[in-house]
Design a protein around this ligand. Sequence first.
Ligand code: 1DF
Ligand code: MN
Length: 353
Amino acid sequence: MESTLGPRIGKAQGYLRIATEEAWAPPELIKLFRRELAEKTIDDPGFHSLWGFFAGTSERGQLLVDRIQDLGERRLADMDAAGIDKALVSVTCPGVQLFDAATGTALASSFNDQLADAVSRHPTRLAGLAAIAPQDPKRAVQELERAVGKLGLKGAIVNSHTHGEYLDDPKFWDIFAAAEALGVPIYLHPMTPSKAMIEPFLARGLDGAVFGFAIETGLHALRLVVAGVFDRFPRLQIVLGHLGEGLPFWLTRLDFMHNIIVRTNRYGAAAPKLAKPMSAYLRENFHYTTSGMGWTPAIMFVHQVIGIDRLLYAMDYPYQYVPEEVIEQDNLPLSAADKRQFFQTNAERLFAL
Ligand code: 1DF
Ligand code: MN
């Protein structure tokens, strides 16, 4: 099938193209990132390794900084040029999770107000996910409820670890309870590996989106599964980008090995017996987007082992603004019905667009 990108061309294709992992940085966040890069008061080696481009003057850095702040004409023009009808926007990683609890909580509500305001100016082109600060779980729940109930945002984004902590710790579970009750998903977006495991990645420049992101975030997702989060919250939906950070490739091995672990009770309460095999949760409680992975064989593998109902399009603007990848995904060897689910209706259903 041919593809012609351009404004609103999705309609001519028989589907709208909805991109679901699209980054935004409020100018205030860029200012705070730059201050932290200079002053180094926060002990997060991954942040200091990767985020230099926000302070530097490289061509890629400049382009990213220009594009990522915009929620108006610049972004819409780039969407038009790549044939993207609607972008589900979220604050870029690590977002408000970099800061202390009070700062992160205050920033989250300010950013959510700003995002909702931009959506109200371009309601057909933009939708948004809420920023929340897990550093203060109680306030995070309140902000999620406000952002969804009052501002019309469509769920929340969490950028993997928060100061080295993972959401499988029960102190965070009220956030899952709230998301489940509201019927909104949580997008588990990558972050550089936490301090406890980043060193061997840093030593060879593998900590960022090249690989470290996937290890950190895939681990986080599996920690949720084996902790029993989805036995407790069976309707909770987690969204993973980058085609699930590699996890769909692991389904049968996870089941085989995890079964041995729980049968022999090797880790006691840390790895409890679950109601279902690990793969069942990865099929029933997760959705998978193609952010940064516009590659036909990998997408078709996830289509085969997970299924069309949980596969969604994402670009990862502005980090991977590659219009050719939209053409590749227009030309996936899928039926017209599956392609419409992939680009449009799965996102509309999952995020209540
Ligand atoms: C990069 C990629 C940076 C993604 C990101 O946030 C990011 C990158 C700072 O290429 O450096 O979210 N990503 O999702 O792939
Ligand atoms: Mn991203």
